[in-house]
Design a binder for this molecule. Structure first.
Ligand code: SF4
Length: 210
């Protein structure tokens, strides 16, 4: 018989591979939505609706942690002050979200907890594992620690194939700014590389002319 597990899910695309692999392992996932970090509100709704639509097609229940939207205020108080200190900010964010998911899991009588955050190469994997283990233990739950990052390309491919909405930043306004800065830096680097390539060609072509 399949073992029940609560899977804290950050979004639909990141749930695809963890759910498939957990089922292969003999677990039956129930999803917990605990993401007061997602900004703005329209983005929060869009990710939740994407997750709900996909989960329904898979026959998976999505439990919204009570008061999750309202917990955005708490997020502002305990996470936002870390600003662009990524390590401190994300640790506080993981702790808030996983604690709420763990509380719900315990209240509903589940014994095992995991998170889809473990599929994204953009997350702080070790910090997330460490907090998952500590938070689960503090509630008498077993933490299912997995490294699904090698499956990220496949998750992306499947999400595209299914036409799921895929966001281009983690969730908070700081991550949106960081992702935008990274895209600009990458664009500039590509431009510089092209420019350097063009310069390298010019002398040889001039020599040919001579
Ligand atoms: S980058 Fe993601 S995990 Fe880190 S604080 Fe922002 S929303 Fe939370």
């Amino acid at each position: 018989m399949a073992r029940p597990v609560v899977v804290h899910a950050c979004c639909g695309p990141c749930s695809l591979e963890p759910v498939r692999l957990l089922r292969e392992e003999g677990f039956e996932p129930t999803i917990a939505w605990s993401n007061p970090n997602i900004q703005p509100a329209a983005e929060y709704e869009r990710r939740l609706e994407t997750l709900r639509g996909w989960a329904a097609s898979e026959g998976i229940e999505v439990l919204e942690v009570p008061g999750d939207r309202e917990r955005a205020e708490l997020w502002e108080r305990v996470v936002a002050p870390h600003g662009f200190d990524r390590e401190a900010r994300c640790r506080a964010c993981y702790a808030l979200r996983l604690s709420a998911a763990a509380d719900l899991a315990r209240e509903l009588g589940f014994t095992t907890l995991t998170t889809t955050l473990a599929v994204s190469p953009y997350q702080l994997h070790d910090a997330c594992d460490e907090l998952l283990v500590a938070i689960a233990a503090s509630r008498g739950l077993e933490a299912l620690v997995r490294d699904w990052r090698p499956r990220y390309p496949e998750a992306t491919r499947r999400a595209r194939e299914l036409g799921l909405y895929r966001q281009n930043y983690c969730g908070c306004r700081f991550s949106a700014a960081e992702a935008q800065a990274e895209r600009i830096a990458a664009r500039e680097a590509r431009k510089a590389a092209r420019h350097a390539g063009a310069r390298a060609i010019v002398p040889s072509s001039l020599e040919e002319v001579r």
